[in-house]
Design a binder for this molecule. Sequence first.
Ligand SMILES: Cc1ncc(COP(=O)(O)O)c(C=O)c1O
Length: 493
Amino acid sequence: MPRRPKAVELPAIGALDRSAGNLGRQLAQALREAVRSGGLKPGEFLPSTRLLAKSLGLARGTVVETFEQLTAEGILESQTGAGTRVAQALEVPFKTVGTTPFPIAVQQSVTLSPRATAFAKLAQQLTPLPPQPFSVSVPVGRTAPLDDWRRIGNRIRATAAGAPAGYDHPQGVPALREAVAEYIRRSRSVRCHPDQIIITSGTQQGLYLSCQVLLEAGDTAWVENPAYPGITSILENTGWRDRVARVPVDAEGIDVAAGIELAPQARAAFVTPSHQYPLGMPMSMARRKALLAWAQAHNAWIVEDDYDSEMRYAGHPFPSLQGLGPERVVYLGTFSKILFPSLRLGYAVVPEGMTAAFCGARALMDRHPPSADQHVLAAFIQEGHLDRHIRRIRNVYAERREQLVAMLERLLPAGLAWVQPCDQGLHLLVWLADSIDDCRLSAQALEVGVSVRPVSPMYAGKGRPGLILGLGDFSTEQTEAAAKRLADTISLV
Ligand SMILES: Cc1ncc(COP(=O)(O)O)c(C=O)c1O
């Protein structure tokens, strides 16, 4: 018989509060916390269910159930004949279960200016969620382009293109701009020459650059209501707080007539036409034409955030707005969704004549993106890997999406939470009953290892409560366990 590996001591687990009830749940939470804090390390064996039950004064069935629950969550794994241990896979991506991965210490010792105070507050708000269900854009399972990416990366880094070099051009390396131009021409009907492309460190930088280049102090900007916090945060914290016109969206996207009523002379409109963020509908052709007509008539700019349009499951992706009016549109694309967010590469396609202005603003910020990664990405696209990868992940996300919708429809408490139908993107929207505080609920979900974003803060004023749930290639068991925990959390509020 194989020797049972030495089990770890579990001092913290002794502190179960019998008066608080549900000891199994407390034990599960204590074990999650021990894993999260590093008290229990990946690969360490837990005492047997019999011993643990005895030492904690619990029924053995309670401990068995808890182990089963945490195994389904991917936190524990059982080894035939050897017992149960902390999942080895937690070594890297899951060590942050149950909390934000990069908590930022608030410095009490300095007096911050109002501007610095606002940035410090943003640092708390804009931290990523732990890479667990339902965090958006986590490259796990079949959605991670690992092998091809590594192979091409190794090859390029062994050549002059990937070798250490001097400063590069702020616009981005020509090979990548050419590859991107060709890709978005055929896949997104974007009309552009590579000279109109500026490689960015992702859409967030594209939005920031657009504000710097397109807006003067005192200019007004239209922003959808609700909207992506990435754009509202920039405008509200870099000088345009009182100059944001929040324009309502309806089933056809941004309500252009309402925008004209609110701020006819606005200098720019920030929109998500392919897949309104966060609500999910595409902008109708009538609205696209109306928006362009307004921009043309007022010499205003449209900033098109096209963040995940490749992922449309029923039919083809909607063509870009830029293709209808390249003279007035700054088109922003990103590789965060179709490849992975840590790459930090995206692009801005700017109207002819604006390239130099964007390059200058870009150089002031961070000169240029890392050249070697740009060459790796250029080769990845040119050699057909991106197209193949997109075809593959579209199938994976379609499958995961269908599965998650079915789970949620089965598990969510009726009358308190329901799924908004939508046929594209990497996230789902779950609406909550008006009585539910989605911010509090998201914090509670995080406590039980579920990553969701609240929707109400994306509205100006009092918002409708809801949750954004990212799709990912987490295992069916992990997804189901997270969906159950989320449903339980909603039921208990
Ligand atoms: C609406 C929207 N725009 C853009 C992005 C991507 O930003 P980035 O390219 O900076 O990663 C996201 C990511 O979640 C998004 O939701």
